[in-house]
Design a binder for this molecule. Structure first.
Ligand SMILES: O=C(O)c1ccccc1NCC(=O)[C@H](O)[C@H](O)COP(=O)(O)O
Length: 263
């Protein structure tokens, strides 16, 4: 069984639990935030989606004691386009409480980074103050991918659709995705390879106005430049920021010029 299959099995149980609990709206539910798509689209520098990541299946504990509010405030000060919050508890030690606390602290877009298979998870994300949700093509049959995207959009959320290769890109496009992330991490071997971004970028319909984001394994300026050169308008960065002594400087160093090669 792959790690994704394991996570999805756990998510089915989580969905049953969530369906049995009332959704508590927070003060940040429906807060107006800038559009992530819009800010990437108009940017002249590579944008950074900065992640709160306490732990992961591939690395174990990364920064268990992080204060998500302080970390998110640093990200916002450094000009991050969005804060990504991992809300899965079983595999990433995250929570919807982290998401809610971050959404109350920052004004930039907030991404609920989870493994979404059911509308109730989208309700939770919205109630906790997210303005963007993630849908993973590898985790969803076409009909559900489309239905969940439509559901989230109707709630006023933006949807980042994650792919791993050109076939999944086609499925994302069929489902109407506008914000598309390429995850550089192989979910079977955990190996990260920016060639995945380059491979998908080589067939990406940039002319259609869609936005490409390179996710995972961004370790420094050289990786940011490589993603930008491939045509990415943004990178999603977790571990590097969580381990950085100065996440602010690290973010600024990744905001490389797109030099006309971007979106
Ligand atoms: O990070 C993992 O080990 C992982 C394993 C299985 C599924 C997803 C996983 N990560 C989620 C993410 O997409 C990353 O947190 C995100 O792209 C940032 O990656 P990184 O900058 O490499 O921490």
């Amino acid at each position: 069984m792959t790690i994704l299959e394991e996570i999805l099995r756990e998510k089915e149980q989580e969905v049953s639990r969530l369906l049995a609990e009332p959704v508590a709206q927070t003060s940040q539910a429906n807060a107006v935030r800038p559009s992530l798509f819009g800010s990437i689209k108009k940017a002249k520098q590579l944008q950074v989606i900065a992640e709160i990541k306490r732990a992961s299946p591939s690395k174990g504990i990364i920064h268990e004691t992080v204060n998500p509010v302080q970390q998110a405030e640093i990200y916002e000060r450094a000009g991050a386009a969005c804060v990504s919050v991992l809300t899965d508890t079983s595999f990433f030690n995250g929570s919807f409480e982290d998401l809610k606390a971050v959404a109350e602290a920052v004004r930039i877009p907030v991404l609920c980074k989870d493994f979404i298979i059911h509308p109730v998870q989208i309700d939770r994300a919205a109630a906790a103050g997210a303005s963007v949700i993630l849908l993973i093509v590898a985790a969803l049959p076409d009909a559900e991918l489309n239905a969940l995207r439509v559901y989230a959009t109707a709630l006023g959320l933006e949807v980042l659709v994650e792919v791993h290769d050109a076939d999944e890109l086609n499925r994302a496009l069929e489902a109407g995705a506008q914000l598309i992330g390429v995850n550089n991490r192989d979910l079977r071997t955990f190996q990260v390879d920016l060639a995945r971004t380059e491979e998908v970028a080589s067939v990406f319909p940039f002319h259609s106005g869609r936005v490409l984001i390179s996710e995972s394994g961004i370790g420094g300026i050289a990786d940011a430049q490589r993603a930008a050169k491939a045509g990415a308008g943004a990178v999603l960065v977790g571990e590097t920021l969580m381990r950085s002594e100065s996440p602010e400087q690290t973010i600024r160093s990744l905001q490389v010029d797109l030099g006309g090669s971007g979106q």
